[in-house]
Design a protein around this ligand. Structure first.
Ligand code: CA2
Length: 146
């Protein structure tokens, strides 16, 4: 039996990781990141599902599904929707488990419009600027908490 179910959600344009702007977002592809997370989770008895969407409504639907399927935590990089989406905030507010907000880049070192996050109003943890290690930091925190 799994120790718990985690949903990793990647927002718009993150499907392009590893193909452009590596100086900001790194050289790893989204598949590389997801594979490493799957491996780490499985080695520790956790179940993990990773999803990416360029559509706000699909991200919201995935959060709604997580409310009902026993998911205990969501690790989310909402990408540009971080700074615009009250709808994603509302969906996360209806989710009872832990929420980790992850950004590959340090958004606070960038344009001022990236300094505000709607999702941070709900997140239990915010990790920015660690590259793909940010997702792992969130997963490790869950594994450690058991
Ligand atoms: O630093 C992050 O993880 C961001 O969430 C990434 C978003 C950006 O809008 C946020 O302000 C910070 C952008 C993701 C775009 O990803 C790309 C990856 C490769 C090539 C082009 C875009």
């Amino acid at each position: 039996m799994s120790k718990g179910k985690v949903l990793v959600l990647h927002g718009p344009n993150l499907n392009l990781l590893g193909t452009r702007q590596p100086e900001i977002y790194g050289y790893e592809t989204l598949e590389d990141i997801n594979n490493a997370l799957y491996e780490r989770a499985a080695d520790n008895g956790w179940e993990i599902a990773c999803r990416q969407s360029n559509h706000e409504g699909e991200l919201i639907d995935a959060i709604h599904a997580a409310r009902l399927d026993g998911t205990v935590a969501i690790i989310i990089n909402p990408a540009a929707y971080t700074h615009t989406s009250v709808a994603i905030l509302d969906a996360l507010n209806a989710f009872d488990g832990k929420v980790f907000e992850v950004h590959l880049s340090n958004v606070h070192k960038r344009e001022t419009f990236r300094h505000h996050s709607y999702v941070s109003l709900r997140a239990d943890s915010v990790i920015a600027g660690l590259g793909s290690q940010g997702y792992h930091a969130a997963l490790e925190a869950l594994i450690k908490a058991g």
